[in-house]
Design a protein. Structure first.
Length: 289
């Protein structure tokens, strides 16, 4: 039986996390809004206002956007969740484009040397999905992860920093904050001011991450399709490993890769957060129409 949440969360996303856990356990396709609201300790109006404030969708629309049964439709001609469930014509000239991202790949030698000689900054700033923890070089963002009630800011930083054990890190929240704001604010997604990222990994990993950057907001693909796109059709498992090692979550959209069956498979920062990101992106698309 679901327990009513009595402690008042500090942020919208903390409530959203609890809501997504509820949807995962109770089946998003059979959403009983009154029961859902009671489980969250909210009125139906409060719950609806929360979802509209956070992602621009009603709880029912959000639930449909990330339901497993709908995820498989994302795979057909790369249609969006909303295109599948509400027949929104995203193929029109008003189609929303993805984050405008410019990137460069660091030489393989830097990856092999564990970042030796690199000076990096790191810091934390609020995002729609909890505290975002970022690492960056002078060339751009090199890592993005998340902290929440399960993972502290320091733990999220160590998760990112272990990829470059020989780099020198200095904390600077003030320099990180504009990067986070630009990455998560659709109003700042502009070709004139792209998000700058630095990809540091093996040649194979970088090729996978470059392919992820081509998946538009609200769309999805499979590990097998990514393997095909990089010319390694039998390497689906290796692609899955590379997707799992993606250091720049959200901006390099590994959350848009699902299983062949359409299931929302594992995500380094938790499947509930993957559901949250996909639902939030559906709201971004809805607001653009």
């Amino acid at each position: 039986m679901n327990q009513m949440i009595t402690a008042a969360p500090q942020t919208d996303y903390e409530t959203i996390q609890a809501a997504i856990r509820y949807l995962s356990e109770n089946g998003p396709d059979l959403l009983d809004l009154p029961r859902f609201a009671r489980a969250m300790g909210l009125s139906e109006r409060q719950l609806t206002d929360l979802f509209r404030r956070w992602c621009g969708l009603s709880p029912k629309s959000f639930a449909q956007a990330v339901a497993l049964d709908h995820a498989k439709f994302l795979l057909r001609d790369r249609q969006s969740v909303l295109d599948t469930t509400y027949e929104v014509g995203l193929s029109s000239t008003s189609r929303l484009h993805d984050l405008f991202v410019t990137y460069e790949a660091m030489p393989p030698g830097i990856f092999r040397a564990g970042g030796a000689g690199l000076d990096m900054i790191w810091g934390a700033a609020p995002s729609p999905f909890g505290m975002a923890v970022v690492t960056a070089t002078e060339y751009g963002m090199s890592g993005l992860g998340f902290a929440d009630d399960q993972t502290t800011v320091e733990e999220a930083f160590q998760d990112l920093a272990q990829r470059w054990p020989n780099a020198r890190f200095t904390r600077d929240d003030a320099r990180v904050a504009p990067m986070v704001a630009q990455s998560f604010d659709p109003a700042q997604w502009s070709a004139d001011r792209p998000v700058r990222v630095v990809l540091i990994g093996t040649d194979f990993e970088v090729s996978v991450w470059e392919t992820l950057l081509k998946i538009p907001v609200g769309c999805a693909t499979t590990y097998a399709k990514v393997a095909h796109d990089i010319g390694r059709p039998t390497a689906s498992r290796a692609v899955g490993a590379a997707v799992g090692k993606n250091p720049i979550s959200f901006v390099v959209p590994c959350h848009r890769v699902v299983g062949t069956s359409g299931a929302l498979t594992g995500y380094h920062w938790g499947v509930p957060r993957k559901r949250a990101i996909l639902g939030w992106e559906a709201g971004v698309i809805s607001a653009a129409h």
